[in-house]
Design a protein around this ligand. Structure first.
Ligand code: FMN
Length: 325
C-alpha cells in the first residue's frame, strides 16, 4: 500500500471530533502497510483535562475514524505493538492494514457530521419520536420538555461552575479563535463561526471570559451572559451516552463517535454538553432522569435537533504536516 493511500486515511480520520478541537491524534506511517497512533502531548489540556480522559476519548474517536476510512476502501486494521513513547508523543496504538475490510454503514455520514452550536428548529412531534428512536444499549434519550428544561438549568449551573475557575477560562480562551485574523482560525480550537457567534458576540465572549469576568460575576451578570441552557430546552431531545463504569476512555471514544454518526444519519444536528457528564452532581441527576443504572458511567451528552436551512461553517483542521510525525 502506498504512502499516499495512508495519508488519505489520516485525513479522513482527522474529521473525528476532539475536545476543544485540539486534535490530539498524531500518525506515523510504518513500513509498507503499518500505521501508528500517538497522542501529541502539547495539546493536552492541563487544567480542563488533567488526567487525559477527554484526550483519550478524542483519540478513540480518531482511531474509529481510521477504522471507518480503512473500511471504506475494503481495508481492515489488525492490531500490532503499541509504539513507544517519544518526547512530546505518547504511543497509543499500532495497526497493519490488511485487505479484508468492508465499508461500515455509518461511513456515509462522516463528512457531514459537525458540531451544531446554533439553536435548532422548533421540534415537531415527529422529531421527538425520531429522537427517541436513537435509544440504544449505550444511549438514553430524554424528550420530555419539562425534564429537558430542568436538565438545561443543570447544564448552565455545571458549566458555570467550571467557568468560575480562572485557570479553566484562560485555557479555554487559549483554544478560542474569536477574531478571524487569528493565525490558527481555520486550523484548530474553536473559532467564532464554529461556536455560532456573531462578531459582536465574539467580542463580548472575549470580555466575559477574559478581563471583565470577575466584575460581571460580582454583579451577577457573568452567569446569564454565558448561559446556553435555553438551546437545550428547545431542541428535539437530549441523548445521554453511557458506558460500563470501568471501560477505558479510549474505547468509549470509538463508541462516542459512532453514536454521533448515528445521530447524524438520523438527520439531526448535535452539540456536545460535556459539563453535564463532567460535573458529578449533574451526571447523577441526568442518570436518574434517563433511567441509567449505577454500573454505567455517563460519558457525555448531546443536545440534538433539526438544523434550520443554511450553511455549516467550514471545519477547522490541522494540515496533514502537523498530524504526521
Ligand atoms: C471529549 C469531548 C468533549 C467535548 N466537549 C464539548 C463541549 O462541552 N461543548 C461543545 O460544544 N463541544 C464539545 N465537544 C465537541 C468538540 O468541540 C468538536 O468535536 C470539535 O470542536 C471539532 O468540531 P466538529 O465536531 O465540528 O468536527 C467535545 C468533544 C469531545 C471529543
Amino acid at each position: 500500500m502506498s504512502a499516499i493511500d495512508r495519508i488519505a486515511l489520516v485525513a479522513e480520520a482527522a474529521l473525528a471530533p476532539s475536545v476543544h478541537n485540539v486534535q490530539p491524534a498524531r500518525w506515523r506511517l510504518v513500513g509498507d502497510d503499518g500505521i501508528s497512533l500517538f497522542e501529541g502531548l502539547r495539546s493536552r489540556l492541563a487544567t480542563g483535562d488533567p488526567r487525559g480522559n477527554d484526550a483519550a476519548i478524542s483519540l478513540g474517536a480518531a482511531a474509529e475514524g481510521m477504522r471507518l476510512a480503512a473500511g471504506r476502501r475494503g481495508l481492515a486494521l489488525v492490531p500490532t505493538a503499541t509504539p513507544a513513547d517519544e518526547p512530546d508523543l505518547r504511543g497509543v496504538a499500532g495497526w497493519r492494514l490488511v485487505d479484508d475490510g468492508e465499508p461500515d454503514p455509518l461511513v456515509g455520514v462522516v463528512e457531514a457530521r459537525q458540531s451544531w452550536r446554533a439553536a435548532f428548529a422548533k421540534p415537531t412531534a415527529a422529531d421527538r419520536r425520531a429522537a427517541e428512536a436513537l435509544v440504544a444499549d449505550d444511549a438514553a434519550v430524554v424528550t420530555d420538555p419539562a425534564i429537558l428544561k430542568q436538565l438545561a438549568g443543570r447544564y448552565d449551573a455545571a458549566s458555570y461552575r467550571f467557568m468560575r475557575d480562572d485557570a479553566f477560562r484562560a485555557e479555554l480562551r487559549g483554544w478560542m479563535r474569536l477574531d478571524r485574523r487569528h493565525p490558527r482560525w481555520a486550523v484548530d480550537g474553536l473559532n467564532a463561526d464554529a461556536m455560532a457567534m456573531s462578531g459582536i458576540e465574539a467580542r463580548g465572549a472575549a470580555l466575559v471570559l477574559g478581563p471583565a469576568f470577575r466584575l460581571l460575576a460580582r454583579i451577577g451578570l457573568a452567569r446569564p451572559l454565558l448561559a446556553e441552557g435555553a438551546k437545550v430546552a428547545r431542541g428535539a431531545g437530549l441523548v445521554v451516552f453511557h458506558r460500563p463504569r470501568n471501560e477505558a476512555p479510549f474505547d468509549s471514544g470509538a463508541r462516542f463517535y459512532r453514536l454521533w454518526l448515528r445521530i447524524e444519519a438520523a438527520g439531526f444536528g448535535a452539540a456536545v454538553l460535556a459539563a453535564l457528564a463532567d460535573d458529578p452532581g449533574a451526571a447523577a441527576e441526568i442518570a436518574r432522569a434517563a433511567g441509567i443504572g449505577a454500573d454505567r458511567r455517563v460519558v457525555s451528552a448531546f443536545r440534538i435537533g433539526r438544523r434550520p436551512p443554511g450553511e455549516q461553517p467550514p471545519r477547522a483542521r490541522r494540515p496533514i504536516e502537523e498530524v504526521l510525525v
